[in-house]
Ligand binder design. Structure first.
Ligand SMILES: [Zn+2]
Length: 384
């Protein structure tokens, strides 16, 4: 059985077009800020014409604005209007933050477009009268896109993001189920004892980043940041892929990084990428027909996975206890593996069979499944 799945292809844009894209991004900001201004003004009117402007309203208000712009076209303006309205509703605010075109607080460039305005032209691409090239263009072959965006990352490089629909084959994994405990010493430990070690990406590079910043090499420092981010992502990608390929049912604890960020372990927590790992497991699992379950991980490190007695270490103070013996049944436990086993059994208590290719119980409602443009926005954030 194969299912449709939206994934975002990313292409790095060759640097010769950066200047043009920078200029186009300034125009995008102009349209966005106009939407922001007019929508606040209309929403705060005191007469009976007060209303919240929808994307459609904004589109008709900006109709014909193309002639004031040198770079962007009507379809980009329309998409900015629609995106603006959607973001404003999602943020539940009267107005959004202005997009800044210059200075230190400059917004990262973003240029959305519809399918028709990005065309192939020989070995290059054509967008709004500008020909530009991307790296690895062979990946573009046979790809058809509905819409997409050009997005800039913190280093200043531009990326072409194209959400495309692919069909993926659903398979059955060789092993039944696994529990995963997310931790600090090891980012993840499975109930089978496999570990994803915390490579302390940020801490290792901290001194170098600091030195670069002090010397004013900001671009170099940002490059280093980007490299750390990519290494962290890579580790999470590999681990989650291995899990999804091996196990049919994956149970993860609902550990809250927000709570731990307030402690002195904040940097380790932020460095470990729990959120990233969970997201990867979720979407890769869904895509491959696995069950991915999130369970309450309360007491999972305290109770013994063999007899269930609460004899283990508890609280932040006893985080240092790595191995312990159950006072009740005398079994020796590795702290994290024991927790992972408890998470696994908590998952099976929730009563889903693990044999078939059933979809995951925490699956989002159809209304909440990421639609094309949200996927694209995620992609944009990931690039940034
Ligand atoms: Zn025990």
């Amino acid at each position: 059985m194969s299912v449709p799945f939206t994934r975002t292809l990313r292409f790095k844009v060759r640097p010769e077009s950066h200047a043009w894209l920078d200029a186009a991004a300034v125009e995008v900001n102009g349209v966005f800020n106009y939407c922001n201004q007019i929508s606040v003004a209309t929403a705060t009117r005191t007469d009976r014409k007060r209303k919240w402007l929808s994307g459609y309203d904004l589109c008709s208000l900006t109709a014909g604005a193309t002639e004031y712009f040198q770079h962007i076209g009507a379809d980009t303006i329309q998409r900015i209007c629609v995106e603006y309205a959607r973001k404003r509703v999602a943020a539940r605010r009267v107005k959004l933050r202005w997009r800044v075109s210059r200075g230190a607080r400059r917004s990262l460039g973003w240029i959305p477009f519809k399918a028709a305005s990005l065309k192939r032209k020989g070995t290059a691409l054509r967008f709004c009268g500008k020909t530009f090239r991307v790296f690895e263009r062979e990946r573009l072959e046979g790809v058809s896109w509905k819409q997409g965006c050009l997005a800039q990352d913190a280093v200043g490089d531009w990326w072409l993001c194209l959400p495309v629909e692919v069909r993926v084959e659903q398979t059955t994994a060789p092993k039944a189920s696994v529990g995963i405990d997310l931790g600090i010493k090891d980012v993840a430990v499975t109930s089978d004892g496999e570990r994803l070690e915390a490579i302390r990406f940020y801490r290792d590079a901290q001194h170098r980043i600091g030195a670069l910043q002090r010397r004013g090499h900001l671009r170099q420092a940002k490059r280093l940041h980007r490299r750390i981010r990519r290494r962290r992502q890579d580790a999470c990608h590999q681990f989650s892929r291995r899990m999804v390929n091996t196990y049919q049912k994956i149970v993860v604890g609902d550990v809250s990084s927000l709570k731990l960020v307030k402690t002195r372990m904040a940097k380790s927590v932020l460095d470990s990428g729990w959120g990233l790992l969970k997201r990867f497991l979720q979407y890769k699992g869904e895509c491959a027909g696995r069950t991915v379950q999130v369970v309450n991980e309360r007491n999972t490190s305290r109770s013994c996975s063999s007899c269930g007695a609460s004899s283990g270490p508890s609280g932040l103070r006893q985080l240092a206890v790595r191995r312990w013996e159950c006072a009740h049944c005398g079994e020796w436990h590795d702290r994290d593996v024991n927790a992972a086993r408890n998470i696994l059994s908590a998952g099976s208590r929730c009563g889903t069979s693990v044999s078939g290719n059933e979809s995951s119980p925490v699956e989002r409602a159809p209304s909440q499944t990421p639609r094309l443009r949200e996927v694209e926005l995620d992609a944009q954030q990931a690039v940034a």
